[in-house]
Design a protein around this ligand. Structure first.
Ligand code: NAI
Ligand code: MN
Ligand code: ZN
Length: 336
């Protein structure tokens, strides 16, 4: 089978690999579509501290179950599935309280183990979620990115009367906009980015007001409006302090970033307004929820997708995705 392998940092190859057999409790998926994420690019360039090489990348993928391992119901063969990349032990403290995404032995498919930029991929059977016919094949890999927004909003508990502010109108910011508007009915969703093209996408995805902070700081443009819910989907370390300064008293702030650089902020900036800070990593069992949102039409994954490429053009697809955020948002690989 053909697989996208990062042999070592910087070295991407489309390799011929032996077809994997599903182990006990696993399924094998004949991958149909897979979407590119920033973390795939990071693994390629050696910027993901969790990645082990060589690695088949890809953690956002959809396909058909074509084989099952021991103990898995053979009737699952043929099922259309989206695969949750979070593989957890099931018995550590975070697992025991329903947070497998921060399992002590967390294995992320496409990061710690081989992923979905491949003609076939194996995964635990319980990670393969059956999709209703109403979710088309070519959008089904978009379940995973929406689970990130599902996870952070579960902490933030958005309310219709919130004034939400989202930093960054990349895929993460856009999925957050859609979930705040379409699922939670938040009346005011404000979005800030530096790229006008991304802000235009934010509007298409439901943002009520957009701000470009490339020349004028956001504070000067908000005219005293104090957001009550803030999501940092741009993830520069300076954003936490700015968010705290802009936030309404009693606001909630959600962080998604993985920067190793310190954020500089005083206790006073947080405590004087009694701000709540939440962090969110990947997703904790959110696939069923997002599948339901898509089925009900509460979210529109197609609004993020700008390009489709065949698997053979992986390097071109990843390069475009990385270098051209003005024209490019979600890029989906077609395996067939
Ligand atoms: P992206 O790079 O496509 O989007 C980021 C956007 O933020 C860009 O449009 C950029 O112009 C904008 N931006 C950058 N600095 C800004 C600033 N100071 N003010 C306003 N806008 C600014 O990335 P994507 O895929 O949307 O991911 C965003 C972040 O989320 C990344 O840092 C990524 O590591 C993180 N992430 C976290 C996950 C989690 O589970 N916690 C999962 C996936 C991504
Ligand atoms: Mn992703
Ligand atoms: Zn665990």
């Amino acid at each position: 089978m053909k697989s996208v392998v990062i042999e070592q940092p910087g070295e991407l190859v489309l390799a011929d690999r032996p077809l994997p057999a599903p182990a006990a409790g696993e399924v094998r998926v004949k991958v149909q579509f897979a979407s590119i994420c920033g973390s795939d690019v990071h693994i390629w360039h050696g910027h993901n501290p969790f990645a082990k090489y060589p690695r088949v990348i890809g953690h956002e993928f959809f396909g058909l179950i074509d084989a099952v391992g021991e103990g898995v119901d053979a009737s699952r063969v043929g099922e259309r599935v989206a695969v949750d990349p979070v593989v957890s032990c099931g018995h550590c403290y975070p697992c025991s309280i329903g947070r497998p995404n921060v399992c002590k032995e967390l294995q992320v498919i496409g990061v710690h183990r081989d992923g979905g930029f491949s003609e076939f991929a194996v995964a635990p059977a319980k990670n393969a979620f059956r999709l209703p016919a109403s979710i088309p094949d070519k959008l089904a890999s978009m379940v995973e990115p929406f689970t990130i927004a599902a996870n952070i909003t579960a902490f933030l508990k958005p309310q219709p009367n919130d004034i939400a502010l989202i930093y960054g109108a990349g895929p993460m910011g856009l999925t957050a906009i859609q979930v705040l508007k379409g699922v939670y009915g938040v009346e005011q969703v404000l979005v800030v980015d530096r790229l006008p093209e991304r802000l235009a996408l934010a509007q298409e995805n439901g943002a009520d007001r957009v701000f470009n902070n490339s020349d004028i700081p956001l504070a000067a443009q908000l005219e005293g409006v104090q957001p009550t819910l803030i999501i940092d989907a741009a993830c520069h370390p300076s954003i936490l302090a700015e968010s705290a300064a802009l936030a309404s008293p009693a606001a909630r702030i959600g962080l998604l970033g993985f920067s190793g650089e310190p954020c500089s902020i005083t206790q006073q900036a947080l405590t004087s307004k009694e701000l709540s800070l939440f962090t969110s990593r990947l997703n904790s069992n959110r696939f069923p929820q997002v599948i339901e949102w898509m089925e009900k039409g509460l979210i529109q994954p197609e609004k993020l997708v700008t390009h489709y490429f065949p698997l053979a053009e992986i390097e071109r697809a990843m390069t475009l995705f990385e270098k051209d955020p003005r024209t490019c948002c979600k890029v989906i690989l077609h395996m067939g």
